[in-house]
Design a protein around this ligand. Structure first.
Ligand SMILES: Nc1nc2c(c(=O)[nH]1)N[C@H]1C(S)=C(S)[C@@H](COP(=O)(O)OP(=O)(O)OC[C@H]3O[C@@H](n4cnc5c(=O)[nH]c(N)nc54)[C@H](O)[C@@H]3O)O[C@H]1N2
Ligand SMILES: Nc1nc2c(c(=O)[nH]1)N[C@H]1C(S)=C(S)[C@@H](COP(=O)(O)OP(=O)(O)OC[C@H]3O[C@@H](n4cnc5c(=O)[nH]c(N)nc54)[C@H](O)[C@@H]3O)O[C@H]1N2
Ligand code: SF4
Ligand SMILES: [Mo]
Length: 889
C-alpha cells in the first residue's frame, strides 16, 4: 500500500487563489484543507474550496478522445484536429480558425495556446472567457496606467480604514477575502461601503449600502470626483507630479455630476446616503475600492473602471498601504491569462499589437516569422464570425460557451453550424454536444503548472492524482497539435517547467523597465525550484526578489511616466425597460456554485443552499405579476427565455430581477441565464453587458408536479420544466408539467428505471391524481422513488431522500409508509441549508435562536454553523435579527 502523503496546491476556483493542502491517505482517499502557510488564505477555505475533496470522483469524466461521438485514439483525434485546422488555414487564411480558451487554464497551457495561434498560425484569433470577466478592467488599467496592472495586495484590506465594494458580492464570490475584510472591521473598525443594486450577503454586513440603479456607477464616481474637488480633498501635489489630464476629467465629472442631488436622482438613491459615502471617502486616507462584475460586465464597464481610478489618482491614494483601486479577478488564472497575452487584442507578456516593435520583438523571441500582425476577434465577435461561416474551425478549451456566452441560443446555433469544432474538457457539457472532436483534459488534482491570483501572486497547482483514462494536460494536447501542424520545433516542451521558463524569459526580453510585467528573475528556475516554488508576487526581476505593491514611487508605465486621468461621462444604459419588458434583469453568482456547475453541481452539500433554478423578485413586482414564492415562471428577454422558480425577496429592488448564471442543460430543462443576456458590448473592452437586460415574467400554469429520487444520472426530456440536484447517494429531480395530473403521472412514470414488475411498489389514489412509487433493488433497498400529484400536493420527501444514502433494506412498515406518503419516523425538515460546511438548515437555526442562542458565537458553539468558512454568517445573523424584531413587536 502507498504511503500517506501531503501535496501543496492551489484552489481551482476563484481569483483569491487560496493555498490548499491535499492529504492522500494510504488507501488513496483524499481530504483537503486550507494551507496555513499560503499568504492568500492562511489556512482558510470557503465552502467551495472545503468541498474540493468531494469533486475528485470520476463520474462523468471524459476518459477518451472522441471523433463524431465515437471513441478514438489520441493519434486519430490529434491528426484530425491538425489536418482540419491546417486545411482551413490553407484554403481560407489564418483568420478562418480560432481558439476560445479560459481563465481556468494554467499559465503554461495558456502560453502555448497563445504562442501557437498568434506566433505560428499567424492569427490574432485567440480569445478567452476573460473577455466576459476581466476585459473592462484590463482596458481601464491600460487607459489609466499604460499597462494592465493591479497595484495593490491583499494586506491592503487589512490596513485600510475604508473599503468600498462596488459591483462585487465579495461575501459569496471572494469569501476568504471578505473574511479578511470583516476581520479588519472587527479589529480596527474599518468601514465597509457596498454599492450594488441588490442587498447581497455582502451588503448585509456593511456600514452603508447604496442600492444604486443598474449601470449608474460612472455618475456615482464622477459625483465623488466633483465632490472631492469642491471639498478640496484632492492631492494637488500628486496630481501635478505624477498624473496627466486632471483638468479635463474633473471638468467633465463636474459637468456630469455637479451636485449630490443630481447624483442621488440619477442613481435612484437618497441624497443623504450619497453624501455619507462621499464624506467617508473624502475623510479617509486609507481607502481601497474593490470592484468586480457589477463594474466590468457592463456596456460602459471601461468607463466605470476609469471613473473609480480617477478618484484614487485625484487623492493620490494608490500604491500605498491600505490604498488603491483593486480589481478582484474572477477565475483562478484570469491574471495568468492576461500575463501570457491570451486576450485577442494582446500579443504576449503585456505587449500589444499597437507597437510594431512589440510584434518584431516577440517574433524574434519565438522565432516566428509568420506572427500575427494585428489583434483578433473578441469573444462576441468571434462567435458571430463562427455563425457567419468566416471561422471554419474552432477549438474551445476549458470553458462552456453554450451556457456562459450571452445570447447563448445564437452561440449554440453557431457551434452547430461550424464546419469543425474541437472541445477540450474534463466532462460532458452543453458545449461538448457540438464537438466534432472531443478531447479529455486532465483536471485539478492531476494538472501541474502555475496560476496568478488577484494580487499578482503566482502559486503552483500540483498534481496528486494520475489523470484517469488517457486524459492529458492541456499544454501537452496543444503541443501535439502544433507538432502535427508542422511547428514542432517551437513546441518541444517536455514539462510545464520548460514552458514557464520561456514565459519568464519573454517577459524580460528587451525589457528595460518599460513593461512592469517582468518575471525574468525566474527564467532560469531549475526543475527542482519550479517544483518547490513558493507563492510570490510579480514582478520578479532577480532571483528571490519580489515587489509587493506597485506605483508607490508615483511612476507609471506610460510614455511620460504619469498616470492618466480619463474623462468619462455617464451614458444612458444600453437598454431601458419598457411596457413589453418591464423588469431590469441582473445575473450573477450563488455562494456554493461555480459557473456552469460542472464540478460543484455534483456535490450534495454545495447543492443544498440553492437546489433549484430561481429568479428573485421584489414582493411588489411579484404581486403585480400575480406570482408567489415557489411558482414556476417563464422569464424572457428579446434574446430568449427560461423557466425558473420565483423567489420573492426584499433584497431585490422594485423593477429589478436577479437570476444566477449557473444552471446549464445538465442541471435543468432550460434555465441558463446566458439564454437571456444580451450580446451588447463595451466599445473599449468588448466585454458584454451581462448585468442588465429588460425582461418580462409570467406565471407558468402548472398542472402537476413530481419528484424523482434516484441513484441514476438522467437528463429527462419531454417535461415543461425539470431541474435536479445532487444528494447523498444520488439525485433528486424536480418535475413540472402543464398537463392535468393524470397525464402528468403517466409522463413521470416513464422515468422509472424498473426492470422487473416485482421490483415496483406503486400506489395511485382513487381519482388518479396522486401517485407514489418506489423501485426496490435486489438487496431490498429503495433504488428510486417517484411522487407525482397536483401542484402543492406532494408529500414530504426528506425521509425518502435519506433512504438513498443509507441503502437500508426496507421493512414492511417502511413499504407501507412509502405508499402512504408518510414517514414512519418523525423527520423534522431541516429547511433550506444555510451552512454548507456543517449542513445546518434554516429551521434548525430558527429553533436554536428561539431557544436562546442569540449571537453568532452561541449558534456556532451549539450547531457549529458558521464556524468554518464563514460564508453563511450573514444569513445566520439575519435569522437572529428576524427573531429580535419579532420579539420587539
Ligand atoms: N461562489 C462563486 N464565486 C465565484 C464564482 C462563482 O461562479 N461562484 N466565479 C468567480 C468569477 S469567474 C468571477 S468573475 C467573480 C465575480 O464576482 P462578483 O462580481 O462579485 O459576482 P457577480 O454575482 O457576478 O456580480 C457582482 C454584483 O454586481 C452587482 N451589479 C449588477 N449591476 C450592477 C451595477 O450596475 N453597478 C454595481 N455597482 N453593481 C452591479 C450584482 O447585483 C452582483 O451582486 O466571482 C468569482 N467567484
Ligand atoms: N449571464 C451571465 N453570464 C456570464 C456571467 C454572468 O455573470 N452572467 N459571468 C461570466 C464570467 S465572469 C465568466 S468567468 C464565465 C465563466 O463561464 P465558463 O468558463 O463557461 O464556465 P465554467 O463552468 O467554469 O467552464 C469551464 C469548463 O472547463 C472545464 N474544465 C475544468 N477544468 C479543466 C481543465 O483543466 N482543462 C480543460 N480543458 N477544461 C477544464 C469544466 O468542466 C467546464 O466545462 O461566465 C460568464 N458568463
Ligand atoms: S475563496 Fe474559496 S473558491 Fe476562492 S480560492 Fe479560496 S477556497 Fe477557493
Ligand atoms: Mo469571471
Amino acid at each position: 500500500m502507498a504511503e500517506a502523503r501531503e501535496v501543496r496546491t492551489t484552489c481551482p476556483y476563484c481569483g483569491v487563489g487560496c493555498g490548499v493542502l491535499a492529504e492522500i491517505a494510504a488507501d488513496g482517499t483524499t481530504t483537503v484543507r486550507g494551507d496555513p502557510e499560503h499568504p492568500a488564505n492562511f489556512g482558510r477555505l470557503c465552502s467551495k474550496g472545503s468541498a474540493l475533496g468531494e469533486t475528485l470522483g470520476l463520474e462523468g469524466r471524459l476518459l477518451q478522445p472522441e471523433v463524431l461521438g465515437k471513441p478514438a485514439s489520441w493519434d486519430e483525434a490529434l491528426d484530425l484536429v491538425a489536418s482540419k485546422f491546417s486545411q482551413a488555414i490553407a484554403e481560407h487564411g489564418p483568420d478562418a480558425v480560432a481558439f476560445y480558451v479560459s481563465g481556468q487554464l494554467l499559465t503554461e497551457d495558456y502560453y502555448v495556446a497563445n504562442k501557437l495561434m498568434k506566433g505560428f498560425v499567424g492569427s490574432g484569433n485567440i480569445d478567452t472567457n476573460s473577455r466576459l470577466c476581466m476585459a473592462s478592467s484590463v482596458a481601464g488599467h491600460r487607459r489609466a496606467f499604460g499597462e494592465d496592472i493591479v497595484p495593490g495586495v491583499y494586506e491592503d484590506f487589512e490596513c485600510a480604514d475604508l473599503i468600498v465594494l462596488t459591483g462585487s458580492n465579495t461575501a459569496w464570490c471572494h469569501p476568504v477575502l471578505y473574511q479578511r475584510m470583516l476581520a479588519a472591521r472587527r479589529e480596527r473598525g474599518t468601514k465597509i461601503v457596498v454599492i450594488d443594486p441588490r442587498r447581497t450577503a455582502t451588503a448585509d454586513e456593511c456600514d452603508l449600502h447604496l442600492a444604486l440603479d443598474p449601470g449608474t456607477d460612472v455618475l456615482m464616481f464622477n459625483g465623488l470626483l466633483a465632490y472631492l474637488v469642491q471639498a478640496e480633498k484632492i492631492d494637488t501635489g500628486f496630481i501635478r507630479d505624477h498624473t496627466s489630464g486632471f483638468d479635463a476629467a474633473a471638468g467633465l465629472a463636474g459637468a456630469d455630476a455637479p451636485t449630490i442631488a443630481r447624483v442621488a436622482k440619477g442613481c435612484g438613491l437618497a441624497a443623504a446616503d450619497v453624501r455619507a459615502f462621499y464624506d467617508l471617502f473624502a475623510g479617509t486616507e486609507r481607502t481601497v475600492t474593490v470592484y468586480s462584475q457589477g463594474v466590468n460586465q457592463s456596456a460602459h464597464g471601461t468607463d466605470k473602471v476609469n471613473a473609480i481610478i480617477n478618484c484614487h489618482l485625484a487623492t493620490g491614494r494608490i500604491g500605498k498601504p491600505g490604498m488603491g483601486p483593486f480589481s478582484v479577478t474572477g477565475q483562478p488564472n484570469a491574471m495568468g491569462g492576461r500575463e501570457v497575452g491570451g486576450l485577442a487584442n494582446q500579443l504576449a507578456a503585456h505587449m500589444d499589437f499597437a507597437d510594431e516593435a512589440n510584434i518584431d520583438r516577440v517574433s524574434r523571441f519565438w522565432n516566428a516569422p509568420n506572427i500575427a500582425r494585428r489583434g483578433g476577434l473578441k469573444a462576441v465577435d468571434m462567435f458571430q464570425a463562427v455563425a457567419d461561416g468566416r471561422i471554419k474551425a474552432l477549438w474551445v478549451m476549458g470553458t462552456n460557451p453554450a451556457v456562459s456566452m450571452p445570447d447563448a441560443s445564437r452561440v449554440r446555433a453557431a457551434l452547430a453550424k461550424c464546419e469543425f469544432v474541437v472541445v477540450s474538457d474534463v466532462t460532458r457539457t452543453d458545449t461538448t454536444r457540438y464537438a466534432d472532436v472531443l478531447l479529455p483534459a486532465a483536471a485539478w488534482g492531476e494538472k501541474d503548472g502555475t496560476v496568478t491570483n488577484s494580487e499578482r501572486r503566482l502559486s503552483r497547482q500540483r498534481p496528486f492524482l494520475p489523470p484517469p483514462g488517457v486524459a492529458r494536460a492541456d499544454w501537452r494536447i496543444v503541443c501535439e497539435v502544433a507538432a502535427r501542424m508542422g511547428f514542432g520545433d517551437a513546441f518541444t516542451y517536455q514539462t510545464p517547467a520548460e514552458i514557464f521558463r520561456e514565459h519568464a524569459a519573454l517577459s524580460a526580453f528587451e525589457n528595460a523597465g518599460g513593461r512592469l510585467f517582468d518575471i525574468g528573475g525566474m527564467a532560469d528556475l531549475s526543475d527542482e525550484d519550479y517544483s518547490a516554488f513558493a507563492p510570490r508576487h510579480w514582478p520578479v526581476l532577480e532571483r528571490g526578489e519580489q515587489q509587493t505593491r506597485l506605483f508607490g514611487d508615483g511612476r507609471f508605465p506610460t510614455p511620460d511616466g504619469r498616470a492618466r486621468f480619463v474623462p468619462v461621462r455617464q451614458e444612458a444604459t444600453a437598454f431601458s425597460v419598457d411596457v413589453d419588458y418591464p423588469l431590469a434583469l441582473n445575473t450573477g453568482r450563488l455562494r456554493d456554485q461555480w459557473h456552469t456547475m460542472t464540478r460543484t453541481g455534483n456535490v450534495p452539500r454545495l447543492m443544498a443552499h440553492a437546489p433549484e433554478p430561481a429568479v428573485e423578485l421584489h414582493p411588489a413586482d411579484a404581486a403585480a405579476h400575480r406570482l408567489k414564492d415557489g411558482d414556476l415562471a417563464h422569464l424572457s428577454t428579446r434574446f430568449g427565455s427560461v423557466r425558473a422558480r420565483v423567489r420573492v425577496t426584499e433584497a431585490q429592488r422594485r423593477g429589478q430581477a436577479f437570476m444566477p448564471m449557473h444552471w446549464s442543460g445538465q442541471f435543468a430543462a432550460r434555465a441558463a441565464a446566458g439564454l437571456l443576456s444580451s450580446p451588447v458590448t463595451d466599445p473599449h473592452s468588448g466585454q458584454p453587458e451581462l448585468k442588465h437586460v429588460p425582461a418580462r415574467i409570467v406565471r407558468e400554469n402548472t398542472g402537476w408536479t413530481g419528484v424523482l429520487i434516484t441513484r441514476r444520472d438522467l437528463r429527462p426530456t419531454g417535461f415543461v420544466h425539470w431541474s435536479r440536484h445532487a444528494v447523498d447517494g444520488g439525485w433528486v429531480y424536480e418535475l413540472t408539467g402543464t398537463e392535468p395530473p393524470d397525464q402528468g403521472i403517466l409522463l413521470a412514470r416513464k422515468l422509472l428505471g424498473v426492470q422487473r414488475r416485482d421490483q415496483l411498489l406503486e400506489y395511485t389514489d382513487r381519482r388518479g391524481l396522486a401517485y407514489r412509487a418506489a423501485a426496490i433493488d435486489d438487496g431490498g433497498a429503495m433504488a428510486e422513488a417517484l411522487l407525482a400529484a397536483a401542484p402543492d400536493q406532494l408529500p414530504a420527501r426528506d425521509w425518502l431522500v435519506s433512504l438513498l444514502a443509507t441503502r437500508q433494506k426496507l421493512s414492511t412498515a417502511d413499504r407501507h409508509a412509502l405508499l402512504s406518503g408518510r414517514s414512519p419516523v418523525p423527520m423534522p425538515a431541516i429547511g433550506r441549508v444555510v451552512c454548507a460546511c456543517f449542513h445546518v438548515g434554516a429551521n434548525q437555526l430558527a429553533s436554536a435562536v428561539a431557544s436562546g442562542c442569540d449571537s453568532l458565537e452561541a449558534i456556532g458553539s451549539t450547531l457549529r454553523a458558521g464556524t468554518n468558512c464563514g460564508s453563511c454568517r450573514s444569513e445566520i445573523r439575519a435569522i437572529i435579527d428576524a427573531r429580535h424584531i419579532q420579539a420587539a413587536e
